[in-house]
Design a protein around this ligand. Structure first.
Ligand SMILES: [Mn+2]
Length: 424
């Protein structure tokens, strides 16, 4: 059956190419080839296994250039061409199962080859180049507990490669491919917009459900119900539902506490739609009404968030946004209670790669200021101790300014309180 399949599939590769009329992956590969100089190459490997809870997430650079969402494949690209027998190809996709790659659109200098040919071709090719960009999905740190020796896979790999190819420079591909990845296409933007709309619906459901006594995981379930219902089959990251003192823990994700009257709940969540994440945070009073002290802090955070968003346009740097938020809180006297950066890029990864901090049209970033007051922090006014507020939107940089993709999620105090009054 296998042999038979290969026979029919080898012939009509051009035919397959015609199935997809607009192929972003091919044009991305062409751009990458034009960015590489003739003595360099890039090699990317698919993630072999599901990483978390059996959710398979492809290595992002590999996915970005191939659209292949299955394990064990490899792509090798070089503008000078890679020798296969007497021919040269600038892109080779090595596959395990032809079914997984048969729909990929190939350029005239691209080809598909069985995975078992990779080693021979790669070994011959490497001495002909000076620089190799690579993906490092499997390069982690391992500790052998018995001999108590630590193995850094990357260090071992580099030492070994140096041995065989002393003149070869090796660099992770993330930032190189990231130059393209950070500016999103119309289609990518539409996926992030959809992820943002779905997540906003989830937040609205959670706001309607919220009342004292509800468990954090119930709010999480209300949000994630919308993800699944609307076809976002994965989360961009583990939902953070922090009530009471838990909202002071930035990456709290146990979500197992029962809420109590008077709590603020920070909900930092994001669906992943067709591979693309969003990232939205809303802070709500579990009782349906902010106390005066909560309102004061909430309004400070909201003002700083809006002030930052109002200056976003092409040419401004993400570092400027951080500075502006810090200065904004400083004027209010609370800058020391902002304990994290207020922006990051969003895309295939919820903390997407951003090689150049200067914003360009098509980039998508978050703006997420917050203030956090520990219960025993005597430098904070007493009325604020014991809660935190964070407000986060996912924002598209446009030609003249920006667009808030997560605008459907209410963040004005009146809107939140009105919504929370409504019973389902
Ligand atoms: Mn974020």
């Amino acid at each position: 059956m296998r042999k038979f399949l290969c026979l029919i599939l080898l012939l009509p590769i051009v035919g397959f190419a015609q199935i997809a009329s607009t192929d972003e992956y091919l044009s991305r590969r062409e751009k990458i080839l034009s960015m590489l100089d003739t003595s360099s190459a890039i090699v990317l490997k698919a993630i072999n296994t599901a990483q978390l809870a059996n959710e398979y997430i492809q290595e992002h650079n590999f996915y970005y250039l191939t659209g292949i969402n299955s394990p064990s494949n490899t792509i090798l690209m070089s503008p000078k061409g890679i020798k296969i027998g007497n021919k040269k190809k600038s892109t080779i996709i090595f596959y395990v199962d032809i079914e997984e790659v048969k729909n990929i659109q190939l350029g005239t200098n691209d080809t598909l080859l069985k995975n078992n040919q990779f080693k021979a071709i790669f070994t011959k090719f490497l001495p002909t180049i000076k620089k190799l960009y690579y993906s490092a999905p499997d390069l982690t740190f391992n500790n052998d507990w018995l001999s108590d020796k630590s193995y850094f896979m990357e260090r071992e790999m580099k030492a070994r490669m140096k041995n065989f190819y002393p003149n070869l420079e090796i660099e992770p591909a993330e930032f190189f491919v990231g130059k393209l990845r950070s500016v999103k296409s119309v289609q990518e933007i539409s996926y992030i917009r959809k992820a943002s709309n779905i997540t906003s619906d989830g937040l609205i459901s959670a706001m309607k459900l919220a009342k004292p006594g509800v468990w954090e995981y119930e709010l999480q379930a209300a949000i994630e119900y919308e993800y699944t219902r609307q076809g976002a089959m994965l989360r961009g990251f583990t939902s953070i539902i922090g009530s009471g003192l838990n909202n002071l823990i930035l990456h709290y994700s146990d979500n197992t506490r029962q809420t109590q009257t008077g709590d603020l709940v920070v909900m930092d969540v994001g669906a992943k739609y067709k591979g693309y994440s969003t990232d939205i945070t809303r802070t709500i009073p579990i009782s349906g009404k902010f106390t005066d002290a909560q309102k004061e802090i909430y309004n400070m955070v909201l003002k700083v968030q809006k002030d930052v968003i109002s200056v976003i346009k092409p040419g401004i740097s993400s570092h400027d946004l951080d500075k502006l938020a810090k200065e904004g809180f400083k004027k209010m006297g609370y800058d020391k209670f902002l304990i994290h950066g207020i922006t990051h890029s969003v895309g295939l990864d919820v903390h997407d790669v951003l090689p150049d901090p200067v914003l360009k049209p098509g980039m998508v970033i978050t703006v997420e200021p917050g203030l956090y007051f520990k219960p025993n922090d005597t430098t904070a006014p007493e009325k604020y101790r014991g809660f935190g507020v964070r407000i986060e939107d996912t924002i598209l940089i446009t030609e003249n300014g920006c667009e808030i993709l997560s605008k459907n999620a209410p963040k004005e105090i009146d809107d939140i309180e009105k919504l929370m009054k409504k019973k389902k």
